[in-house]
Design a protein around this ligand. Structure first.
Ligand code: EPU
Length: 302
């Protein structure tokens, strides 16, 4: 019997996870696990720890680049009903980690529940949006998160307050914890006003970014006080290619994967951009996208 036999009915081996990301690139996972509920996930996490097998959660796959060699561990998808619940009490929402952020923020804006307009057009699950503190020029998701339930690598479930989560610029202190659900604090407002704000922000994003292409959103973080997109643009890199990966003409901080591209094409293009921006502006670009490589995977477990 293998260590994962008790979970076998919810495990797919050698699963093609690359094509489940927005890049539609990258290899396979040794295991793809779809737990029925938090308890089942907690037992797998405990067993995987004993076996020293890394575990990672794939949300909507909008901010992840999986290497062509795939991921040698367990990839978890929180897509069963237990992780998709949304409960409203007054101005608070209790939402499962597997809930899609985009339809949720649209629904909230239509109901005059304000607070999520800053996330208009951001593809993410609630778990991913918490972990990355998703956001942009209009604000960050973390501002409305009051607390989260987090599964620790030892299988314990804890409740973390806003302050403990440590929301920063596209980061948190959640480490290897897996977000199970979040409590959001929103505010009742005029539905027409909230909806208008939501629509304006969505339009801004739609016009300035190549949302229809295969990409992972912004590749680099904005360096302090500067825009990574503007720097890459000024370095003359719009349209630059490596293999079938291309710097977007619409927004230079996006890399588009054309048909036939590999993850390796994207990684080479990332190196090329960093090198050119370093030489032109003496600025080091930090990668925002989460890159899953087999050699980094072990022990990382996020
Ligand atoms: N710019 C250029 N050329 C470009 C792209 C941008 O000159 O090719 C200039 C723009 O004209 C603007 C400035 O750079 O003056 C900033 O551009 P933008 O308003 O598009 O915002 P950003 O800082 O590049 C951030 C987030 C986005 C988010 C937008 C809008 C980061 C790294 N990026 O982009 O988030 O959608 O604001 O809120 O923080 C993501 O995280 O994946 C992402 C796309």
């Amino acid at each position: 019997m293998s260590w994962w036999s008790e979970f076998a009915s919810r495990i797919e081996c050698d699963a093609p996870i690359g094509r489940q990301t927005w890049f539609r690139l990258g290899g396979r996972a040794r295991f793809l696990f779809r737990p029925k509920n938090s308890e089942m996930l907690a037992s797998l996490v405990r067993r995987a720890k004993q076996e020293d097998v890394p575990v990672k959660v794939l949300g909507s796959g909008a901010n992840v680049l999986i290497s062509d060699d795939g991921f040698d561990g367990v990839v978890v998808r929180l897509d069963s009903d237990a992780f998709k619940a949304v409960k409203r009490r007054g101005e608070s929402l209790h939402v499962g980690a597997g809930v899609d952020l985009m339809p949720l923020s649209r629904q909230c804006s239509e109901q005059g529940l304000s607070g999520l307009e800053c996330t208009a057009g951001i593809p993410a699950t609630i778990g991913g949006a918490v972990r990355m503190n998703a956001g942009g020029r209009f604000g960050d998701f973390g501002n409305v998160v009051r607390q989260v339930r987090v599964l620790q690598p030892d299988g314990e479930i804890e409740t973390w307050s806003h302050d403990r989560i440590g929301f920063g610029y596209r980061r948190t202190d959640l480490g290897r914890g897996i977000v199970l659900s979040a409590m959001l604090e929103l505010a009742c407002d005029d539905p027409r006003r909230v909806k208008r704000t939501f629509d304006e922000r969505f339009e801004y994003k739609r016009h300035s970014q190549p949302l229809a292409d295969n990409s992972a959103g912004c590749i680099f973080k904005n360096p302090r006080g500067k825009s990574a997109g503007a720097l890459i643009d000024k370095a003359g890199l719009k349209g630059a290619q490596y293999g079938r990966a291309e710097v977007s003409w619409r927004h230079a901080n996006f890399i588009i994967a054309r048909s036939g591209a590999t993850a390796s094409d994207v990684l080479h293009l990332i190196d090329m951009i960093r090198e050119r921006v370093r030489r032109a502006f003496a600025t080091e670009l930090e990668i925002e996208v989460d890159i899953w490589r087999p050699e980094k995977a072990k022990g990382q477990g996020e």
